[in-house]
Design a protein around this ligand. Structure first.
Ligand code: URA
Length: 318
């Protein structure tokens, strides 16, 4: 029941971040939800990982490459900001704090391979992947100029062990190609390395996805940071509210609409926040396609990619 409540709360947060202002709920459902929330209220307390993240966020982040000085301990890097004055009640911790790890000196491939080994042998990651399914690290060109960051693997991704290969991924690939770039030339990662689980009877396949909890995001963020450090892209594109919150901080904005399409920064690098491709799949109008495409045009300009008149005109027709 707790997992379903969390999933519901997360979905409502996601809708809110996407700009949805109202959802219609029956009186009976509201009464049932109230009872559930009242029943679990005494158990809420700041989670251990939230406290760990808060204390980690108090220490300055380091951007020194691991090869130049003392090894970077990834779990000690700055975590997304946690509002100090009025901490949000957090559900009881279900995950330990992120496991510290270091990467060896060497070239990008050596370091990425070591990271892959760290992630795929991490007991917490392994525990969150159902039998026969895979942990998912990013994929692509380690010298990429462009780093796309999504939310979490879905059904297809946890089968193949590669991000963005399902329906949303196929759309992302087409959008990247529409920029005149090949998928293999960019790097594509996620906030999460496992597919957030929903209660599923044993032996059955999980139906649907849920957004990750803040605790899950905090657990996986050091792996994303390590990928960003290895690839060292010129530009980052955050796809959707979860990616934006992971990179900019959980309390950095209220609605995705309030920050998308405008340049932000992640540790000194330009970061464009745009819609997640799954939003376009849910709302496939020229208006939504044009909105995300305009953000991609800004990315192309900033990355000094050639932009043709034809590309400028995509999705303008009503
Ligand atoms: N959605 C994401 O955010 N990431 C994936 O890898 C697939 C779908």
């Amino acid at each position: 029941m707790q997992a379903s409540l969390n999933a519901l709360a997360d979905e409502l947060r996601r809708l809110k971040a996407d700009g949805v202002k109202r959802v219609v709920v029956s009186d009976e459902t509201i009464t049932a939800l109230r009872k559930l929330v009242e029943a679990r209220a005494p158990k809420t307390a700041p989670s251990a990982s939230a406290q760990a993240a808060a204390s980690a966020s108090a220490s300055p982040s380091t951007s020194t490459p691991a090869s130049e000085s003392a090894p970077v301990v990834y779990s000690q890097l700055r975590q997304p900001a946690v509002r100090a004055a009025a901490p949000k009640p957090q559900p009881a911790a279900t995950l330990p704090p992120p496991s510290p790890f270091t990467l060896p000196d060497g070239d990008k491939k050596t370091r990425w391979d070591a990271l892959l080994n760290v992630v795929t042998t991490n007991p917490v990651c392994l525990k969150h992947v159902r039998p026969g399914k895979k942990i998912v690290l990013g994929v692509g060109n380690l010298d990429a100029k462009l780093f796309f960051c999504g939310e979490a693997p879905g059904a297809e991704e946890e089968i193949q062990g590669e991000p963005f290969v399902g329906p949303a991924g196929q759309l992302l690939t087409k959008m990247i190609q529409a920029m005149g770039v090949k998928r293999e030339d960019v790097y594509i990662g996620n906030i999460m390395n496992w597919r957030p689980q929903l209660p599923t009877p044993s032996g059955m396949e999980q139906v649907g996805n849920r957004p990750p909890t803040e605790e899950e995001m905090r657990y996986c963020m050091p792996y994303l940071r390590a990928q960003l450090e290895i690839v060292n892209p010129e530009l980052i594109v955050a796809l959707g509210a979860t990616a934006a919150k992971g990179l900019l901080g959980f309390d950095s904005f209220t609605t995705l609409g309030s920050i998308r399409g405008r340049w932000q920064q992640f540790e000194g690098k330009p970061l464009m926040v745009t819609y997640h491709p799954s939003y376009i799949l849910r709302t496939p109008t020229n208006r939504t396609k044009r909105a995300i495409w305009e953000d991609f045009l800004k990315v192309m300009e900033k990355a000094n990619l050639p932009v043709s008149d034809r590309q400028r005109g995509y999705f303008l027709e009503k």
